[in-house]
Design a protein around this ligand. Sequence first.
Ligand SMILES: [Zn+2]
Length: 408
Amino acid sequence: MNRRVKIVVKGILVCLVFLAVVFVSDREVSANRISELEASIQAKEAEIDAAEKEKKELTAGLTNVEKVKKELEKSKANLTAYVQELDKTVTDIQTKIETLTGQIAEKEAEIERTKLELAEAEQDEADQYAAMQNRMQSLYEQGDTYYLELLSESGSFADFLNKLDYIEQLSQYDNNLLIEYQGVVEYVSLCKAKLEVEQEVLNETKAAAEAEQRAMEELIKEKEAEIFAFENDIAKKEEIIAAYEAEIAEQTSVIEALEAAVAADRADLWGERVYNGGMFCWPAPSYTRISDDYGYRNHPILNVQQFHTGVDMAAPGGTPILAAYDGAVVQAAYNSSMGNYVMIDHGSGLYTIYMHAQKLMVSAGDEVSRGEQIATVGTTGRSTGNHLHFSVRLNGSYVSPWGYISKP
Ligand SMILES: [Zn+2]
């Protein structure tokens, strides 16, 4: 070999060695980076599991407190109904007392009238008695001269006897009148006594009703104190519920942050993906009935406003679930609330999630295309029947799927 050839060969060798070194070290860096990312993903997934476990425990605690609160509310409602009944009884008693008061007043007026009648009757009796006394007195005082005068004034003895008879009749009449007046006095006194007895009975009845009213009012007071105690207890339970909910929300955000970090690690692993803005396909083909839409709804059991993070599509178990768009599966796993679920990264921070599946047909790392089957419809996790819960996440938050899908 000549010198020039030697130099060229030497140069080529140096280059090859250099390239080999660069290539090998680059491969080593890459391999290190991959195992680093994989370890990071594994660690985060363990953290997610722990956070999910804690969240589950918190949710169980919350459910217990909600149950206790519900029971307290039921007891309070029962007591309130009882107090309402008592109030009604008191109202009835008050009406009765008013009626009795009226009747007593009437009786009093009647007694007053009877008293006047009695006074009049007594006066009549006294007057009659006095008049009789007067007549007797004058007859007595006039003595025999009266009879002599009567005899001399009479035309005949028969006439005199008639006059004597007349005097006799007159005194009999007086006497009858007195007896009659005495009878009236006796009758009116009896009436008055009877009225007084009736008034006494009314007074006693009224006093009993008033005692009953006082007892009822005492009972109502007691029950109202019990209701107040229940209200306090319920308020305390509400505080505990709020604390649980805050803890659960915190756990949820921890989980979401970790999931986002895992997704970012995966994106690093598989390279940056870009979503090109195309429309998604319907993920549960030929089943278009929406059993629960995205957005706020009233929880059917807890009766609180809750945010529904996706669209529930009712479909029979085993129905194919399709990937809504091209992407990479970042998660295909089980979770106590989502059940068997798949999360697909479509790039540019856009993800789709498919929950409650019966069977998963992909695993993390798989590339999927729009319309490819990834799972089957089921009712795993927190679900009350076969359906697909379809969620869309953009930059770490749930967004309405209706911006990406439309009913076929
Ligand atoms: Zn749902």
